[in-house]
Design a protein around this ligand. Structure first.
Ligand SMILES: Nc1nc2c(ncn2[C@@H]2O[C@H](COP(=O)(O)OP(=O)(O)OP(=O)(O)O)[C@@H](O)[C@H]2O)c(=O)[nH]1
Ligand SMILES: [Mg+2]
Length: 366
């Protein structure tokens, strides 16, 4: 843990210094006003949790998937997580109240500050987005904010040219986030719109009727669909679908705190080394829970994030927060239950638009 003290003329400047020195995952330990004017922040960062270097939760080299961790180790990890979440919550509160004072004194950016706060964008990112936004010449604040948002957001470029076919995409994620529905949407859009040969495999033999759920989609779309219960069957199913362009793999939903079952799923997917995992997350999920999910599912080395259930919320800040925190790009957005209509390919423009104030809101011109 690296702890440092920063002083500056105002809170925004101090936060900028914190971010520059310690990165976006810095936790604010204390803030205060200096007697002679100006502010001070004491901040800390845990280098093992730095942005874009999410722990993969891989078991130690000498620990196999079926070996349970020593008694008490899981409890300690959970306690550490809770203390960290609590620290982040307090820090968020402190930064927000301090930043609110700063931005409230600047009427040209105050409405944008409140809008981004409503969107639940992380305080440190709000400070970065609004810092010096007005600039000396004033000008189009909204335009500049949109540009900054697009720069921060990162989208999946898709498979590179010349990628060996078939592509094998597995959707992993917590329970009930929409993995199976999204597999069906992706299958429909790639088979019907892009005219690719698509096959599907479900590894979900855990839940009653889960495999049947995908088989039904397969029958409706006339796509070959297979069920696999272990690594060997998975490898065989992929081999049998060798004539396709894209194989979509549905997986069983697992809690991010269920390390044993996650490891079991990882071992099954490892039977086909060319498997590319995409992590499915429901947008109406608390930021801290998403963070824990990203850390836990880091073991799958996902190449992209898919956000679902955007239709069930009007706050999209968690998408920006997680993209910046993890360094992983967004590939698709699911905005409803209809297969295949409610799926869109993520673009920087589309994501930034969702985070911007709606058109009807008063324009902020410096
Ligand atoms: N509103 C909304 N509902 C969705 C969306 N995607 C999926 N759902 C619904 O969410 C519920 C769960 O979807 P599934 O596709 O079965 O989720 P899953 O992740 O496969 O669930 P498990 O296999 O049990 O882990 C269903 O009622 C879906 O219709 C979405 O984008 N918006
Ligand atoms: Mg499912």
């Amino acid at each position: 843990m690296k702890v440092k003290r920063f002083t500056a003329s105002d809170m925004t400047q101090a936060l900028r210094e914190v971010r520059k020195a310690l990165g976006p995952d810095a936790v604010i330990l204390s803030t205060g006003r200096l007697p002679g004017g100006g502010v001070e922040i004491t901040a800390a960062v845990d280098p093992t949790l730095a942005r874009g270097q999410l722990p993969t939760s891989d078991p130690p080299a000498n620990q196999t998937a079926d070996q349970a961790p020593a008694e008490g180790v899981g409890d300690l990890a959970e306690l550490t997580r809770q203390v960290r979440d609590l620290g982040q919550m307090v820090a968020r509160h402190l930064v927000l109240s301090e930043a609110a004072q700063d931005f409230a004194g600047r009427p040209e950016v105050a409405p944008l500050f409140h809008h981004l706060r409503q969107q639940e964008v992380a305080p440190a990112l709000i400070a970065e987005l609004l810092d010096d936004l007005a600039g000396p010449g004033g000008g189009n604040l909204l335009g500049r904010l949109a540009i900054r948002l697009k720069k921060m957001l990162n989208v999946y470029p898709g498979p590179g040219p010349g990628q060996v076919r078939p592509l094998v995409w597995a959707l992993v994620g917590p329970t009930g986030v929409g993995k199976t529905t999204t597999v069906a949407k992706l299958a429909a859009s790639h088979a019907l719109k892009h005219r690719l040969r698509v096959g599907m495999i479900t590894l979900d033999t855990f839940r009653i009727a889960a495999a049947e759920q995908l088989m039904v989609y397969g029958r409706i779309m006339d796509l070959e669909t297979k069920v696999a219960a272990n690594g060997e069957e998975y490898a065989r199913a992929v081999a049998e679908l060798a004539e396709t362009d894209l194989i979509l793999v549905d997986t069983v939903g697992r809690s991010p705190h269920d390390q044993g079952n996650l490891e079991e799923l990882r071992a099954i997917l490892a039977a086909v080394p060319e498997t590319v995992c995409h992590l499915v997350l429901a947008c109406p999920t608390r930021d801290a829970d998403l963070r824990a999910t990203l850390e836990s599912f880091g073991r799958f080395r996902p190449q992209s994030l898919i956000f679902t259930k955007l239709d069930e919320t009007s706050s999209y800040g968690v998408i920006l927060n997680q993209v910046v925190h993890s360094g992983w790009p967004v590939s698709y957005l699911a905005c409803g239950q209809r297969v295949p209509d409610d799926l869109e390919t993520a673009t920087r423009e589309g994501l930034a638009r969702r985070l911007m104030p709606p058109r009807g809101e008063p324009q902020v011109v410096a």
